[in-house]
Design a protein around this ligand. Structure first.
Ligand SMILES: [Mg+2]
Length: 260
């Protein structure tokens, strides 16, 4: 059986489940899945074919649409151009909202204890950067040290101090180019997908992703679900398509089968 035939069979299984009255959750990563990868993230957009496929699926009875991205929620909403009613999950699952003519952010992701931990981290980090040109940014679930343009000796000291702070407060710590990000939540796209499935009451799930973080989501899928890897790279997904154009064709095929 060719890959294409196997995927066709899997899509037919999903549409049969919908015909039998179950809800199908179509949850997709954005960059590299709906949108080709670009150098400037703010210019990233879904292919016209992919955007059209989402509009068709959003009109299908028994289908819920969601995007699950590593982007911050507001950042995702700014580029996604999704149909109304699409669920948007940002920061790998730490931020949840929906698109309804504009972004409707969900409940705050943090409980009281986590909020005060975030405030404490922000406060301590603010004191660390006093007298330097570094700045801090407080996001919904993380606090970020920005060291772009800061003299090297200050940067080295601040990065070390920020990492030590993260360890002391037991935060999830990520050092990137000119940033250190301290998060009070440890969430993965797998956690996000589980939440989406229970929140929507979905039966089967179709999930597609193109990167390592997406594998965490694919790992929580079970029989009757469909995981699709877009592009190259090792994957647990049983199905694979080449690129966002091929992903768009797959979504159109699903819409065909659903009669939408
Ligand atoms: Mg991606």
């Amino acid at each position: 059986m060719s890959d294409t035939t196997a995927l066709e069979g899997a899509l037919a299984g999903l549409s049969n489940a919908v015909r039998a009255g179950r809800t199908l959750l179509v949850a997709l990563d954005f960059d590299g899945v709906l949108a080709p990868l670009v150098d400037v993230p703010s210019r990233s957009r879904a292919t016209p074919e992919g955007a059209a496929a989402l509009r068709r699926l959003s009109g299908a009875d028994g289908v819920r649409l969601a995007l699950i991205s590593g982007r911050g929620l507001a950042d995702l909403a700014a580029v996604a151009e999704v149909p109304d009613g699409t669920l948007l999950v940002g920061s790998h699952g730490a931020e949840v909202g929906a698109w309804d003519g504009g972004l409707r952010p969900g409940d705050p992701a943090l409980d009281d204890e986590q909020s005060s931990l975030l405030a404490r981290a922000a406060d301590e980090l603010s004191r660390l950067v006093e007298g330097t040109t570094a700045r801090i940014e407080v996001k919904p679930t993380t606090v970020v040290l920005h060291t772009r343009g800061v003299p090297t000796q200050d940067t080295d000291r601040l990065v070390d101090a920020a990492l030590a702070l993260g360890e002391r407060l037991d935060l999830d710590t990520m050092a990137g180019r000119d940033i250190v990000e301290l998060s009070v939540l440890r969430v993965t796209k797998g956690d996000a997908l589980r939440e989406l499935r229970s929140g929507t009451g979905a039966g089967p799930v179709l999930f597609a992703g193109d990167d390592v973080t997406d594998e965490r989501a694919m790992a929580v899928l079970g029989p009757g679900d469909v995981a699709i890897r877009v592009g190259d790279g090792e994957s647990v997904a049983p199905y694979r398509v080449a690129d966002p154009e091929a992903m768009a064709r797959t979504l159109h095929r699903l819409a065909d089968l659903l009669g939408s």
